[in-house]
Design a protein around this ligand. Structure first.
Ligand code: SAH
Length: 347
C-alpha cells in the first residue's frame, strides 16, 4: 500500500492529509528503502552528483526569544553570549571565498543590536565585496519593511523554518508571544519581496504526531519554497526540553525522501543536526536526496558558543580543514562539492 502512495506522490506531487499521515505513520524499512531509491534518482536527475556548499556565519547568539527547544533562548543564563562585528563577518566572507564558497549564510538569534541600518550595511558591504556570491539571511522574524530594506541592500535568500504548521503544536514549542501564523506571514512577505525562501521544521520535536508532519507537508505544497531545511530535534541540557527524546535519523531521512519527491527541484540541505546525531549523517542525507551542506565559517573561538542543541557538530578545526574533510566524505559516496552559487531550480 505504501509503495503505491509513494508512486502517487512522485506522479502527482501532492497527497491528501490522510495519505501523508498514513505514509508517515505506517512506514517500514522496506517502504523507506523504496522511497530513498526514488528520491536519490530524482535528485540525480535534477542536480547530478553536485553538492552545493554554503558558508555559515553564526553572527550572534543573543536572542530575545525563549523557544523551549533552543539552547540560545533568552532564558538560558548559562549561554556565553557573543556577536560578530561587521569586520569579523567580512573576514569570514574573505576566507570563505578563497575556499570556494559562493553563498554566505548569516544566521543568528533575534538580536536587536542588528537594527535594519546595521544589518543592511553589513549586507551591502558583502554585496559590493563579493558581487558573484549569494547572500542568505537567517535572522528570524522581522517586519516586512525590514525584509524590504535588507533585500534592497542585496540579500538574495532568507531561511526561516516554519518549525511546525499546527498552531497548537507550535504553542507547545514556543512561548505565547510567538505564533505559527505570524511566522508563516513572514514567509509569505519574504516570498512576495522576491527572496528565494527556505523553510522547514524539526523532526521528532516534542509532542509531534504524524498528523503534524502531514500538515507540514501540505504547507510545503502550498508555499512551494526554493529550499527546505529539516533536521532531528536534539535536546539541549539548559532548556525546558532537556529530558526529551531526540528525533531519529530514520524518520529524518524518510521525511527528506518525501520532500525530494514533493519538490523535485528544491534545495535540500543535509543539516548539521543530522550530522550531529549519527557519524555519517550528512552522507546519509545526501544519499536520501539532499544536495546542500552548510559548513561553519564562524571564527573557531565562537563556534562552540552557538550551541542550539547538545553535541552540535563543531570540529574546532579551521574552516579549510573541515572543508577538506567534507569533500572527502562526499567523494566517498560518489558526490562532488562544487564551487557555485547553487541557485534553486525550483522557481
Ligand atoms: N533565529 C533564527 C535562527 C534559528 S536557529 C530563526 O528564528 O530562524 C536555526 C534552526 O535551528 C531553527 O529554526 C530550529 O529549527 C533549529 N533548532 C533550534 N534548536 C534546535 C534543537 N534543540 N534541535 C534541533 N534543531 C534546533
Amino acid at each position: 500500500m505504501s509503495t503505491k502512495l509513494i508512486d502517487k506522490l512522485e506522479r502527482d506531487r501532492s497527497l491528501t492529509r490522510e495519505e501523508w499521515t498514513e505514509l508517515i505513520r505506517n512506514r517500514t524499512p522496506s517502504t523507506a528503502g523504496y522511497l530513498l531509491e526514488r528520491s536519490q534518482e530524482i535528485r540525480i536527475r535534477h542536480y547530478g552528483h553536485d553538492v552545493y556548499i554554503r558558508g555559515l556565519i553564526e553572527f550572534t547568539n543573543y536572542c530575545k526569544n525563549d523557544c523551549y527547544y533552543c539552547g540560545i533562548r533568552k532564558g538560558n543564563h548559562n549561554a556565553d553570549r557573543y556577536r560578530l562585528s561587521k569586520e569579523d563577518i567580512l573576514n569570514c566572507c574573505a576566507q570563505g571565498y578563497e575556499l570556494g564558497f559562493r553563498t554566505f549564510v548569516l544566521q543568528g538569534g533575534e538580536d536587536g543590536w542588528y537594527t535594519d541600518e546595521r544589518l543592511a550595511d553589513i549586507v551591502a558591504s558583502i554585496r559590493s565585496g563579493w558581487p558573484d556570491c549569494a547572500i542568505t539571511l537567517s535572522a528570524g522574524e522581522r517586519s516586512r519593511e525590514s525584509y524590504r530594506i535588507l533585500r534592497e541592500a542585496g540579500a538574495d535568500r532568507y531561511l526561516l523554518r516554519h518549525e511546525t504548521y499546527d498552531s497548537r503544536h507550535y504553542g507547545m514549542l514556543h512561548p505565547p508571544a510567538l505564533s505559527a501564523e505570524h511566522r508563516r506571514k513572514c514567509l509569505w512577505d519574504l516570498k512576495d519581496l522576491g527572496y528565494q525562501v527556505g523553510t522547514g521544521f524539526m523532526v521528532g520535536s516534542p509532542f509531534q504526531t504524524p498528523e503534524n508532519l502531514a500538515d507540514d507537508m501540505l504547507f510545503l505544497t502550498e508555499l512551494n519554497p526554493q529550499m527546505v531545511g529539516i533536521g532531528p530535534f536534539i535536546p539541549h541540557h539548559d532548556t525546558p526540553f532537556a529530558d526529551r527524546k531526540a528525533g531519529t535519523p530514520e524518520l529524518t531521512l524518510f521525511m527528506l525522501g518525501l520532500i525530494r519527491l514533493l519538490l523535485p527541484k528544491a534545495l535540500l540541505p543535509s543539516t548539521t543536526a543530522l550530522g550531529s546525531i549519527i557519524p555519517n549523517g550528512r552522507e546519509q542525507g545526501i544519499l536520501a536526496g539532499a544536495n546542500v551542506v552548510m559548513p561553519n565559517l564562524s571564527p573557531a573561538q565562537f563556534r562552540e558558543k552557538y550551541l542550539l542543541y547538545d553535541n552540535k557538530l563543531c570540529t574546532g578545526s579551521e574552516a579549510a580543514e573541515s572543508l577538506r574533510d567534507l569533500k572527502a566524505r562526499m567523494e566517498s559516496i560518489g558526490y562532488h562539492v562544487t564551487v557555485a552559487r547553487g541557485d534553486s531550480l525550483n522557481r
